[in-house]
Structures are given as structure tokens and as C-alpha cells.
Design a protein around this ligand. Structure first.
Ligand code: DAT
Ligand code: MG
Length: 154
């Protein structure tokens, strides 16, 4: 067992409205990833702008902030071996039309502006810690053993 890490994941307003929270949580649970924090909330504009700060100069920024603040989201922190990269791989390509079948976006979405889920970028070092810190206080995250951990990791 090596490289246990935490990553930030958020079911976006379209995923919440379409009743996909359970399906998405199940996929991560079944993989063996461990939920260590969760929060159901509607983002205000300030938090949305900070979360998507890297995109502030892009033409789609206003639509993106409008969309992510339009209805509640389900924000989570998942922990596990190589969790940041593994979860990005389970989420699939940014555009659901290009995402492989079997991925969350490839199975559950069709449109780039309604791509169901956010996950910290594994190609942006520190994005996971930064995003976790933006959405969660330390005392909102837990440390515990899942009953299957002895058999999940060598
Ligand atoms: P990802 O969510 O896969 O990390 P990203 O960080 O490049 O993708 O972009 C953040 C979100 O912005 C993405 O989930 C959907 C939206 N988006 C990205 N590129 C876009 C584009 N060209 N037109 C419209 N929306 C876009
Ligand atoms: Mg991104």
C-alpha cells in the first residue's frame, strides 16, 4: 500500500437535479475509495469564482459560474491509493461526448456544459489540497478505517 491521498469531488447541479448522487457515490465506494467528508450546499458566487479561478479569462467563465451556483451541489472528499488520478480516470474526459463509455461522464452525460461532476485535476499538483481547503474545514474531515481495507490493499 502506498500513496494514499485525498481528492475533492463535486456532483454538479445537473447531477443533483437528475438524481445521480447515489449512482456516483456507489461507483467510488465500490472501487474501494473511502468517503472522508461530504457536504450538500448551494455555492455562492464568491466560492464558485475562487473554485474556477483558473478559468476566469475563458469565454465560458460566466456561464460556468452561473451554472454551478444555480442549484445545490454535493461536495465530497474521497481517500485512497492514487485517488486523484483514479477518480479523474473514472470521471472521464471533460466533454461527455468524448468521454469513454464506462466513465461517469461517458455514461451519464451528453453536453460539455452539463458534465455532471467535478474532480480535482491530477495534472495540477496541489489542486486536490487547494480545493479541499476551499470547501471543507479540517474538523469536517474524518479519519477512520473501512472494514475492507485489509483486503483492499496488499
Ligand atoms: P474538467 O472539469 O474536466 O477539469 P476544465 O477544468 O478544463 O475541465 O473545465 C472546467 C469546466 O468548465 C468543465 O467541467 C466544463 C467547463 N468547460 C470547459 N471547457 C469548456 C468549453 N470549451 N466550453 C464550455 N464549457 C467548458
Ligand atoms: Mg478542471
Amino acid at each position: 500500500m502506498s500513496d494514499r491521498e485525498r481528492t475533492f469531488v463535486m456532483v454538479k447541479p445537473d447531477g443533483v437535479q437528475r438524481g445521480l448522487i447515489g449512482e456516483i457515490v456507489s461507483r467510488f465506494e465500490d472501487r474501494g475509495l473511502k468517503l472522508v467528508g461530504a457536504k450538500f450546499a448551494q455555492l455562492d458566487r464568491e466560492l464558485a469564482e475562487r473554485h474556477y479561478a483558473e478559468h476566469e479569462d475563458k469565454p465560458f467563465f460566466e456561464d460556468l459560474v452561473g451554472f454551478i451556483t444555480a442549484a445545490p451541489v454535493f461536495a465530497m472528499v474521497w481517500e485512497g491509493q492514487d485517488a486523484v488520478r483514479q477518480i479523474r480516470s473514472m470521471i472521464g474526459a471533460t466533454d461527455p461526448a468524448e468521454a469513454a463509455p464506462g466513465t461517469i461522464r461517458g455514461d451519464l452525460g451528453l453536453d460539455l456544459g452539463r458534465n455532471v461532476i467535478h474532480g480535482s485535476d491530477h495534472e495540477d499538483p496541489g489542486a486536490n489540497e487547494r480545493e479541499i481547503g476551499l470547501f471543507f474545514d479540517d474538523d469536517e474531515l474524518t479519519d477512520y478505517e473501512r472494514i475492507d481495507e485489509t483486503w483492499l490493499y496488499e
